[in-house]
Write a protein of this length. Structure first.
Length: 491
């Protein structure tokens, strides 16, 4: 029988298992469980332990909210955990990829088979998958508690990685942070936080959301949650509500958010009620503002979006093909960054269905991603931009199609949903390219195509086959140029 691998971390010895030629250690705590007095506090260090701690099972999922798929709740509160997969703990100096599991700022778990790290580790990366507090636990604005607790958790995880990744064969000076959707928004935020910047060298951000909120609107959301729960809008009041009950109420408020359109505007239209707060402390500005104003330095950044970001949501909600001209006019009125007429001028022949998809795709992920590439380059960094154009028959090149492609997990449930039971050869070719792009970028800072700049706007168009060309969404880019996403504020 093969012996299980053991690693001595700064906190104690962990014992993992061998999987597919890699060593994997699951559910290692990087901070204490946030319960009791620590429920809404900043993450607290893990005490050292004696003996050997098993690292075979994933850490339990943090409480999950939102309309999408969610992991089952657990009574175990060891949410603040990391999973580490390494090709060889005896090696040294391997590049490190940190994946932040934080979809929509409300759901995600390291146990999701879509994030299986073994294919990436086999190619020579030490992969660390980080869980953090999400939903109200991580992002609700509460009197008596620090704001943006989910980001504080991520910083604590990066500090843990700096202390310990060398023991797993990784190079603490070659850490790349990465994520998609809320995870990508977290990456963008971490770029601008002075306490976080020394903890990583490079960044990968897929489908960056233009989703930040002012304290004034965050307070209104907290007040609405408190009213629904019958508690005070404070950390002490919310402490009387169990984590799962609180998560469920966030989901319910997301569903009911259209009732708040008059006050909450774009936030209500998106159906997401918690996200990073531009609090004047941890986040004085949005990432786009901080980079543009010279308050954050540029970095080696690989950033991109899907061509058909909104298609996932319109298909899953059963509304694709049903949008009216009134729906299109409302979408433009709500989400256009300037004169709504600009969208009709740039897309004069778009049908109502096409216009809704263009506007929602732009506002949610496409333009925030492209503008982040530009802002990072302007701040002295090196940006590499891509657009996913490989499309499935039903969902197109939709939100999340990139994740199983990048991890090489085409047979996971999400991969099967989007790409079919037996993924086509084209999908496998794109997966091979994207996976190796990540590996190369983590190791060298160069994904294999020219950098993005204001002159050429060079973009990798991921498809079967892929090409390199000027940015393909130029009409939308012209609309959004010099208009980065602003934090959502009450009307």
């Amino acid at each position: 029988m093969q012996q299980r691998p053991r690693i001595r971390t700064a906190e104690g010895v962990v014992e993992g298992e061998l999987v597919g030629g890699t060593a994997i250690f699951r559910g290692i705590p990087y901070a204490q469980p946030p319960v009791g007095a620590l429920r809404f506090a900043a993450p607290a260090p893990v005490p050292r332990w004696d003996g050997v701690r098993p690292a075979i099972e994933f850490g339990p999922p943090p409480p999950q909210s939102g309309p999408g798929p969610k992991a089952e709740a657990s009574d175990d509160a060891n949410w603040l955990a990391a999973t580490v997969c390494t090709p060889d703990p005896a090696r040294s100096g391997l590049p490190v990829l940190v994946w932040i599991s934080c979809g929509g700022y409300m759901a995600g778990t390291a146990a999701d088979p879509m994030f299986d790290p073994t294919a990436l580790a086999t190619e020579g990366l030490v992969v660390v998958i980080v869980q953090c507090r999400m939903g109200a636990e991580g992002f609700a604005l509460l009197d008596g508690a620090p704001s943006n607790r989910g980001l504080l958790d991520q910083i604590a995880a990066l500090e843990w990685i700096q202390r310990n990744v060398a023991a797993f064969g990784g190079d603490p000076d070659a850490v790349t942070i990465s994520g998609t959707s809320g995870g990508a928004g977290s990456v963008a935020a971490l770029l601008t936080i002075p306490a976080a910047r020394p903890l990583f060298r490079r960044a990968i951000a897929h489908s960056v959301p233009g989703l930040n909120i002012t304290p004034a609107l965050a307070k209104e959301v907290t007040d609405a949650l408190a009213d629904r729960l019958g508690v005070a809008p404070t950390a002490a009041g919310f402490a009387n509500v169990g984590p799962q009950r609180l998560a469920e109420e966030v989901t319910a408020l997301c569903a009911d958010s259209p009732a708040h359109k008059d006050r909450w505007g774009r936030l209500a239209h998106l159906g997401i009620v918690v996200c990073p707060i531009i609090d004047g402390d941890l986040l004085p500005q949005t990432p786009w503002e901080a980079l543009t104003d010279g308050n954050a330095a540029g970095i080696e950044l690989l950033v991109g979006h899907m061509r058909d970001e909104f298609r996932l949501f319109s298909v899953m909600m059963g509304v694709r093909g049903t949008f009216t001209e009134e729906d299109a006019a409302t979408a433009v009125e709500v989400f256009a960054p300037g004169d709504p007429a600009e969208y009709r001028a740039e897309y004069p022949d778009a049908t109502a269905d096409e216009m809704v998809e263009i506007v929602y795709s732009d506002a949610t992920f496409r333009m925030p991603s492209a503008l982040l590439a530009a802002a990072n380059a302007d701040a002295g960094g090196t940006s590499y931009l891509f657009e996913m154009q490989y499309a499935s028959e039903v969902y197109g090149a939709c939100h999340s199609i990139d994740v199983p492609l990048a991890f090489g997990t085409l047979d996971c449930p999400t991969g099967v949903l989007l790409l079919g039971e037996d993924a086509p050869d084209g999908a496998r070719a794109v997966s091979d390219e994207l996976l190796h792009t990540w590996v190369r970028f983590c190791a060298t800072g160069d994904p294999g195509w020219p950098r993005y700049d204001a002159d050429g706007r060079t973009t990798r168009l991921l498809d079967a086959p892929s090409t390199t060309a000027p940015y393909p969404e130029e009409r939308s880019r012209r609309i959004w140029e010099s208009r980065p996403p602003l934090p959502f504020a009450p009307a």
